[in-house]
Design a binder for this molecule. Sequence first.
Ligand code: SAM
Length: 235
Amino acid sequence: MKESINNYEDLLEMLDALLREPAPFWNEFYTDRDKGVPFFSNKPDENLVSYFEKEWLRPGKVLELGCGPGRNALYFSELTCEVDAVDLSETSLKWATERAKEKGADIRFIQKNIFDLEIGEGSYDIVYDSGCFHHIAPHRKMSYIDLVSKALKPGGHFAITCFIEGGALGGADLSDWDVYRKRSLMGGLGFTEEKLRTIFKDFKELEIRKMNAAAPSSNVFGVNGLWTALFKKNK
Ligand SMILES: C[S@@+](CC[C@H](N)C(=O)[O-])C[C@H]1O[C@@H](n2cnc3c(N)ncnc32)[C@H](O)[C@@H]1O
């Protein structure tokens, strides 16, 4: 029955329909590769590199959510991780696939909405998200947490970078209800440290800190305005 709400999924889809459809926006976003978007540079996040340098993370099976043109997926792959990298944008994955081919990297790129993934329980050692979660609407937050939790093995790690509320990159200061009043995520939701702790309370917090800015000459990516956080799934 069209436009009838008979189950929880129907309700989520109705709420999705109040907001911008993501795929056309992101496909257009990646059409001009020279437009000077900082994360278009092919460098891994400085926090991600630091987790491996400190041996908080070790190579294993990785699921990347919203991988874009693949800069972090490539880094995982260089470290001998087995990588499944998901994004709903065809244009981003075209770029990511080209980058992987240039490096001879064997990465499984999956063009899907993360909520349409079929994932076996406990399939991954690491789930990574750089800049996807802050584009996820509040009504999908519970599904997102369930997805991360289901994907991870017991003791597996989840790491995320997301906008600081009112930070250098915007980071909209909106209540969850405001998103539906405005019918917009206003360029991406901002978070406080407390909000992140509350959302990911079922995981063990290993580190929450601001991303360190990196010089353009650096071989890592780092900008002001982002939180970086590393959590562990309980055994
Ligand atoms: C800010 S970009 C970050 C890209 C990449 N992680 C990076 O840092 O270079 C956010 C990405 O999330 C993807 N995305 C947003 N919502 C998504 C969803 N529901 N399912 C899959 N991908 C999604 C977008 O297509 C976009 O490529």
